[in-house]
Design a protein around this ligand. Structure first.
Ligand code: DQA
Length: 153
């Protein structure tokens, strides 16, 4: 029987969602769709659960997200998918947390932020992420995880 290589280690990724994304499915469905955050999480587990450990975290509070990023850095996770939601456009604290964490992060937005109001066009966090995926709907989270799985150590 084939044995798992001793070098094999299942990677761990965190999927972080910011303010109001707990209301996915109810909140402006014409923009964000009808799937809930729980739907997204179970779809991601179904797709990646066999090949990666996934940890989900959502908060409406900036400081809680900052604390979570710091904890993930200490834990040494392999990557982060972050939809900072409105904090993307405002939070120096979130940007500094990501920059200081050393974590490989991909920023995701469900909607295309560049097709929307001007205040959404600026992301404070994008420059400290490896990439930004915006406007692919929930598929953006899958694409981000696929990229993180294939790249990196
Ligand atoms: C969002 C876009 C942000 O501008 C907005 O504040 C959100 C969601 C998106 O996923 O499209 O809450 O990050």
């Amino acid at each position: 029987m084939a044995r798992a290589s001793p070098a094999f280690r299942m990677k761990t990724f965190a999927i972080l969602n910011g303010p109001n994304l707990d209301r996915l499915g109810k909140r402006e469905p014409h923009i964000y769709g009808s799937a809930t955050l729980a739907d997204l999480e179970s779809q991601l587990r179904a797709e990646f659960g066999a090949v990666a450990r996934l940890e989900f975290f959502q908060s409406n509070h900036e400081g809680e997200l900052v604390d979570k990023i710091s904890a993930l850095a200490e834990a040494g996770v392999d990557g982060v998918v972050i939809n900072g939601a409105a904090l993307t456009h405002t939070s120096v604290a979130l940007r500094d947390a990501l920059a200081g964490s050393g974590l490989r992060a991909v920023e995701v937005h469900i909607s295309n932020i560049y097709k929307r109001e001007e205040f959404r066009h600026k992301s404070l966090t994008a420059p400290v992420c490896l990439a930004v995926i915006t406007g692919l709907g929930l598929e953006g989270y899958f694409a981000a995880l696929r990229f993180l799985l294939k790249s990196g150590a």
